[in-house]
Design a protein around this ligand. Structure first.
Ligand code: G3I
Length: 357
């Protein structure tokens, strides 16, 4: 009789494989929290969760007098039960924020004072509710243009450029223990990187708490140049703040508007078959390209694990990913570590050990 294995081999776990480097997470929604199958994947592989949509202003504070906390409460309770961090997403963003926040009933714009009061009330109520339960917050999301200038959002136009400072100050008052982050896409771009470096330095010079920069990391097979990603990881780390990949996914699909690569949710283009080449399945050569791309990225991430505190995938499995519907609704993409069948892709097991070739 062959010798019984002294112990049954424990199933592969991403969070255990990355232990000691950084926490590993996924963006989730209410369906993941209510699905037993998804629960098992989440508890086996992840130690940090980010709400994909349920804590955005339009969902958690849909009208001036209404807050919707049921789903966020369920998520936070699930995470606490399973010893997982939650990072709130997101307090101040130009998108998914109801129009009543910026305009009066007669359509006129609210004043700086009115909008600051609204921002403070929102942050006090939402961040305050979870002040001892959330590990951190994406306090401000996507406030910069690609050239490093401030996005002409209504937050900026009505309050002025100090809307960011105010958001971080209010968040610190509401949740003194929470880590406070600035989050954005395309931060590999030198000009955008410099815009955020200047922001962090400005907040630090004013004694305003900021604990980290979230690089969203919505990438594709060819884009961006990972050397620029590495340069940004180094640049943000030199500021003495945490660096995180906060919304990682790697699209395998051709992008219909090369001048607009990033993650601007406002972009929407009618479906064209030429941009949906893998609607049935992913050819093995493209699977290999995806594996190689993830390996190359994690060779960098592992090398800089002293700078990186978290890597969060923007979704649990391919069938759920926002990439299937952006910028063309109705496509089939394969951007995450768990496939449309919810199975872990083979290459994922190697990522914790990825090194430069
Ligand atoms: O919940 C409603 C549902 O009731 C309705 O029937 C349906 C059709 O109108 O819409 C549903 O809301 C959608 C929501 O996702 C939940 O599925 C919104 O229309 C849709 O705009 C929203 O998209 C989200 C997008 O942000 C805008 O909030 C994506 O799921 C989410 O992955 C994406 O995530 C963003 C990050 O927050 C910021 N960084 C970029 C990233 C990708 O765009």
């Amino acid at each position: 009789m062959s010798e019984q294995k002294s112990e049954v081999e424990s199933p592969f776990s991403l969070k255990q494989a990355f232990e000691g480097k950084f926490v590993i997470g996924a963006a989730v929604n209410e369906h993941h929290i209510s699905s037993e199958a998804d629960n098992l994947l989440l508890t086996q592989h992840y130690n940090t969760l980010t709400p994909e949509n349920m804590m955005k202003w339009e969902e958690i504070h849909p009208t001036p007098t209404q807050f919707s906390f049921a789903r966020p409460d369920d998520l936070v309770s699930f995470a606490e039960l399973n010893n997982m961090q939650v990072v709130g997403h997101t307090l101040v963003w130009h998108s998914q924020t109801p129009d009543w926040v910026f305009h009066r009933e007669d359509g006129s714009r609210k004043s700086r004072e009115e909008l600051l009061l609204l921002m403070k009330n929102h942050i006090d109520t939402v961040a305050g509710r979870y002040k001892n339960r959330l590990y951190g917050w994406d306090v401000v999301n996507e406030a910069f243009n690609e050239d490093g200038s401030l996005r002409q959002s209504l937050w900026y136009e009505i309050i002025g450029e100090d809307f960011i400072e105010k958001a971080f100050e209010y968040a610190h008052e509401a949740a003194p223990k929470a880590k406070l982050y600035y989050n954005d896409y395309n931060l590999f771009k030198p000009a955008k990187r410099e815009g955020v470096v200047s922001l962090v330095k400005r907040l630090q010079s004013k004694g305003i708490k900021i604990d980290g920069v979230g690089m969203q990391a919505h990438y594709s097979l060819e884009h961006p140049d990972l050397k620029e990603v590495e340069d940004s990881i180094k640049a943000f780390s030199l500021l003495g703040v945490d660096v995180m990949l906060t919304e990682l996914d790697i699209s395998v699909l051709p992008f219909p508007d090369e001048n607009n690569m990033g993650a601007d949710v406002g972009l929407s283009i009618a479906l064209q078959d030429e941009f949906n080449p893998y609607s049935d399945s992913l050819p093995s050569n493209i699977q290999k390209e995806l594996a190689n791309r993830y390996q190359s990225l994690f060779a960098i991430v592992n090398r800089h694990s002293d700078k990186i505190s978290r890597v969060t995938f923007w979704g649990l499995h391919d069938g759920h990913s926002w990439r299937n519907d952006w910028p063309m609704p109705g496509r089939k993409d394969y951007p995450l570590l768990f496939g449309h069948d919810k199975g872990l892709k083979d290459f994922a097991r190697q990522l914790p050990f990825a090194e430069d070739k």
